[in-house]
Design a binder for this molecule. Structure first.
Ligand SMILES: [Zn+2]
Length: 375
């Protein structure tokens, strides 16, 4: 069965359909649309948030930290922050697998908008070893340590300059809602996997320990805001605008600004786990009217493009022979449930995270993702 509105079908975990054949993820989209109206109303709300941020930024060198990857959404967000009259500090976590275009994009956008950059670089051998450990663990989250590193880098930038706000580039209208249970990530998970499979101790990788995270959110009160939720973000228009204004370049696919992300999304996940991240992306574009359902249904049938030179690079940098790599690809599938994580702690203290959500310290999506029990 396939949703009558988007392109999610039976292979999506925890999918349910109503009597009209519309899936629960489409309903979640409608809830978010209601919660975060765009247009004039959304802009007004975003302006009022910006005013509060400015007030809290008085006497500080910057108002808000923005994570930049060289991608379309994060680049557009820096522009948006300037439009709102804010003084952003861009933060970048470099996992040492950036594409050349991504680095050029970051430089072009930031220098045109006169925005400073805070960077955290990990030791490349250490990061490669973590990446390799996740592959050996045979779980789908091989690129998720990058997301954790990025999140920690945001907090480190906030801490250094006393900044209280972080802008996140997620947009439910263009990136969509990842199906429950596809991927999971936390600091304990990374630590467990690295201790079990790795050959380096974690030293330069910025892991996001629960204790540090509680310090930054509860004690320091650092808040995350998703400005794209309040605007009518159109990906194609944003790309056109960025290239015209800042010489920004398109690198040919969502999250392709980094080579580990590219390898995970275009090779490892679809081939080993039957996870194709075009499903959430295309479904989101269909729901928000930026792609027709027919177009999405036909595009999803096309094989995912993959540049095989990336595969060679992964093997070379991770020091895999062809045989070893094949062995990794054929290992029995595992999930985060097979390893020690914080998940049970999050589930046990559901009431605490509910309170945090109610106090506006964590987003609802965080509360739902981390405290819900998935079978
Ligand atoms: Zn749907």
């Amino acid at each position: 069965m396939i949703c009558s509105r988007c392109i999610y079908d039976d292979h999506i975990p925890y999918i349910t359909f109503d009597s009209e054949g519309v899936c629960n993820y489409c309903h979640r989209f409608d809830q978010l649309e209601e919660e975060y109206p765009k247009g004039e109303q959304g802009w007004k709300k975003l302006k009022s948030i910006a005013e509060k941020i400015k007030k809290d930024g008085i006497k500080k060198p910057y108002d808000v930290v923005i994570g930049v990857s060289g991608g379309c959404d994060s680049s557009y967000m820096v522009f948006l922050a300037k439009e709102l009259g804010l003084r952003p500090l861009a933060a970048h976590y470099d996992n040492t697998w950036n594409s050349k275009i991504a680095v050029e994009n970051i430089n072009n956008v930031l220098s045109s908008l006169e925005v400073d950059l805070f960077t955290h670089v990990v030791d490349n051998r250490e990061y490669c070893d973590i990446f390799k450990s996740f592959m050996k663990a045979s779980v789908p989250e091989i690129d998720c340590p990058s997301d954790i590193g990025l999140a920690t880098t945001h907090y480190l930038a906030c801490e250094k300059y006393g900044i209280k706000y972080i802008f996140e580039g997620h947009s439910f209208r263009t990136e969509g809602i990842t199906p429950h249970g596809w991927v999971y990530m936390d600091a304990k998970y990374i630590d467990t996997i690295q201790k079990q499979f790795g050959s380096y101790k974690i030293k330069t990788f910025p892991n996001l320990w629960l204790s540090s995270w509680l310090k930054w959110t509860v004690i320091k009160g650092i808040k995350k805001i998703r400005p794209m939720y309040y605007i009518d973000h159109n990906k194609e228009k944003a790309k056109e605008f960025l290239s015209k204004e800042f010489g920004w370049q398109w690198y040919g696919g969502h999250h392709m600004e980094n080579r580990t992300a590219y390898f995970a999304n275009n090779y490892f996940l679809p081939l080993k786990f039957n996870i194709d991240l075009r499903y959430p992306e295309f479904s989101a574009l269909v729901r928000s009217g930026q792609m027709t359902r027919e177009e999405a249904l036909s595009k999803i049938k096309e094989p995912k493009p993959f540049d095989t030179s990336i595969l060679d690079e992964v093997k070379k940098r991770l020091d895999f022979t062809d045989e070893e790599f094949e062995e990794i690809m054929n290992l029995p599938l595992k999930s985060y449930r097979d390893y020690k994580t914080y998940k049970q702690t999050f589930e046990r203290y559901k009431w605490f995270f509910w309170t945090m959500y109610k106090l506006d310290l964590v987003p609802k999506s965080f509360y739902m993702k981390y405290t819900s029990k998935y079978k």
